[in-house]
Design a protein around this ligand. Structure first.
Ligand SMILES: NC(=O)c1ccc[n+]([C@@H]2O[C@H](COP(=O)([O-])OP(=O)(O)OC[C@H]3O[C@@H](n4cnc5c(N)ncnc54)[C@H](O)[C@@H]3O)[C@@H](O)[C@H]2O)c1
Length: 375
């Protein structure tokens, strides 16, 4: 069996999730090549060495340039903060590596365009890690929408809510700094529901957004008394329209007390509706208007059967899966694409289009008006 050697940069939250997925994927899915956890990169020598040992990586290095330059490495997995994505991805593509990059693809549209140009020029396989596309219930939703089961789609309603920065004493971490994160709730979580909108419904044509920063200053990390300015949004609400006429209503916030990682999607069409809630991620609620009058109502599809996307590879029917599995599904499809030399969604072109939608929302919020979404 062919082996694909992985070099991964970043070893915290996503580094842990990705390490787990790289380790699990060939144990459950019929991969065309086995991933080898070759090199892990982080800036702190002792910490990256400890992480490599814990997560099963053979080597640990402190400079991402070493990963990109290593002729043994086939795939570069970028799990670092957003300000590093473009530079690493472009260098990796130039070195002929296939690139898997965390979302948001870049800090802005200009960077995302350069990244797409670099991977295209190099002819490498590229993917953005919008792992929620591969939640089986949402993959099933897409199948049903594509099959016409919902008829003409009228509404895409989505919210992604968290509450981890409501406390004004929460420090000014990288996610609250524009130069490192690009934006706040917008790029971090709105990006996911924009991506799901594009995955499930189609392309946005117009948006009207409002971004808000509720807490303008926060303590600098490690210096309780000194404060710094928050340079990103805390929350963003968006009205939008898709090219196919569907109306969109999106909400992303880190200020929704009680909501930890709450993702809800509702789609209403002329023949039926679908409802998804990440806190109950193995369930897809389906309303079919063709059901007999006296028993019409939302039914629960428990998306755990062999006929549903991805889940057949895991456990016997009815045995539910969780968050970490979405990364395994993503990496399975990526590995297959690398072996075949074929594109795999969401590509960097999807990452760029996501960034274009985000920039249109930012412009709309600044200028207080509806803005057309370009390409
Ligand atoms: N797909 C998802 O659902 C999801 C969830 C969370 C985060 N993310 C994305 O993943 C990326 C990482 O987020 P995270 O939550 O893991 O952040 P984190 O703060 O937990 O980890 C960031 C890692 O990047 C490393 N890093 C930063 N700059 C570096 C550099 N120049 N060289 C080497 N290492 C560097 C840090 O040392 C750390 O290991 C972000 O782009 C974020 O938006 C995606």
């Amino acid at each position: 069996m062919k082996t694909l050697r992985i070099g991964m940069i970043g070893y915290k939250f996503m580094g842990k999730a990705h390490s787990n997925a790289w380790r699990q994927v060939d144990k459950f899915f019929p991969v065309a090549a086995t991933p080898q956890l070759h090199t892990l990169c982080g800036r702190d020598r002792a910490a990256v060495k400890a992480a490599a040992k814990k997560y099963g990586w053979s080597r640990a290095v402190t400079r991402w340039e070493e990963v990109v330059a290593d002729p043994e490495i086939d795939i570069v997995d970028i799990s670092t903060a957003n300000d590093t994505h473009a530079e690493i991805a472009i260098a990796a593509a130039r070195a002929g590596k296939h690139v898997l990059c965390e979302k948001p693809l870049a800090l802005n549209v200009t960077q995302a365009r350069a990244m797409l140009a670099a991977v295209k020029k190099a002819g490498v396989v590229h993917m953005v890690c919008h792992n929620y596309r591969r939640i089986p219930a949402l993959a099933q939703a897409r199948k049903m929408i594509a099959a016409g089961d919902l008829g003409r789609i009228f509404h895409y309603r989505a919210r992604y809510l968290q509450d981890w920065i409501v406390d004004p004493e929460f420090p000014l971490v990288w996610r609250l700094q524009n130069t490192i994160a690009g934006s706040g709730a917008h790029g971090d979580i709105n990006a996911h529901i924009i991506d799901l909108g594009r995955f499930l419904i189609g392309e946005f044509s117009e948006v009207c957004g409002r971004m808000e920063t509720f807490i303008k200053e926060r303590p600098l990390p490690g210096a309780k008394r000194k404060k710094g300015r928050v340079t990103v949004d805390d929350a963003v609400v968006t009205l939008g329209k898709f090219k196919n006429g569907t109306l969109a209503c999106l909400e992303a916030s880190r200020f929704a007390l009680g909501r930890k990682n709450h993702i809800q999607v509702e789609i209403n069409g002329s023949k039926g509706s679908l409802v998804f809630d990440f806190e109950d991620m193995n369930r897809l609620k389906y309303f079919n208007n063709a059901d007999p009058d006296d028993r019409r109502g939302y039914r629960d599809i428990i998306v755990t059967e062999g006929v549903h996307p991805y889940v057949g590879a895991w456990w016997p029917g009815g045995h539910i899966i969780g968050y970490e599995h979405t990364f395994v599904h993503t990496f399975f499809d990526f590995i297959q694409a690398v072996v075949k030399g074929k594109p795999v969604q969401p590509t960097f072109a999807d990452g760029l289009q996501n960034q274009i939608v985000m920039e249109a929302i930012e412009k709309s919020s600044r200028q207080r008006r509806w803005v057309k979404v370009g390409v």
